[in-house]
Design a protein around this ligand. Sequence first.
Ligand SMILES: Nc1nc2c(c(=O)[nH]1)N[C@H]1C(S)=C(S)[C@@H](COP(=O)(O)O)O[C@H]1N2
Ligand SMILES: [Mo]
Length: 302
Amino acid sequence: MKNYKYSEITPENIYNKRRNFIKSFGLGLGSLTLGSLSLLNNAHALKNNSKLTSYKDIITYNNYYEFGTAKDDPYKNSQEFKVKPWNISIEGEVESPMTLSADEILSLYPSEERVYRLRCVEGWSMIIPWMGFSLSKLLNRVSIKTEAKFVEFESVYDPEQMKGQRYPVLNWPYKEGLRIDEAMHPLTTVVTGLYGKTLPNQNGAPLRIFVPWKYGFKSAKAIVKIKLVKKMPTSSWMKASPREYGFYSNVNPNVNHPRWSQASERVIGGSLLSPRVETQMFNGYGDDVANLYSGMDLKKNF
Ligand SMILES: Nc1nc2c(c(=O)[nH]1)N[C@H]1C(S)=C(S)[C@@H](COP(=O)(O)O)O[C@H]1N2
Ligand SMILES: [Mo]
């Protein structure tokens, strides 16, 4: 067994070694996990030869306004944030509301690797090897009533620890929402980690949501509540600017933000000279999710 220098043992190196090992035995990426879904997911994200974004970029270039609005604020300001103990309540239109600790959730549902592209509404993207499992598994646990049509996600409110929340940048706590069929879609993920490691605070520890075909802001970090509701919830971003941020917020190169084009994106990690790449409809996940929106006018329902 080769000895690695300490500096070589980054999450990224361990991850790549494991991946090469698996590749060299001809097992393919998908066999890292059980189930064909992940195979499919990995293939999607890596279509058009996209490289994984570096661990460093993923953990230092973040949007997490609770910790400040500059890209490196979450990295700088979230290191002392306490993610233990942590409870998440699942409530609203359900037969059996419950509160589970983050640890319970982690042990109930084994995480698998899910490589997805994150497309921020600001016009940049990353390819991230997340760890997680389908949100539907958790939602099935509470027996959703037929009256429930939407799901609302609430992030933590803790201005003592999150100095960004001392200012009215957004309507705190951060809230987001999905239609029930979107929330139950197997691609909609409860994220537990990345690069095979525990989720860093700045990426939404201990648990966050990730919805691959929607703009990044739909994927709430550090969630404490999941509420099943009858009516379409108003997200923090809809409150802040309803003209610019709609409920659906599907990645769509044909529908521009009122202040900028959404036709292309800057891939984080490239050089300043790297060309922008074309943004794909539904962020490249159209084969899996386009049917959720058949017959809908996606310009109106932006
Ligand atoms: N609670 C909370 N969740 C949030 C945000 C935020 O400010 N607060 N920012 C969103 C935005 S705009 C993006 S692009 C992604 C960024 O996720 P990442 O930092 O893990 O890449 O988180 C989303 N989730
Ligand atoms: Mo974003």
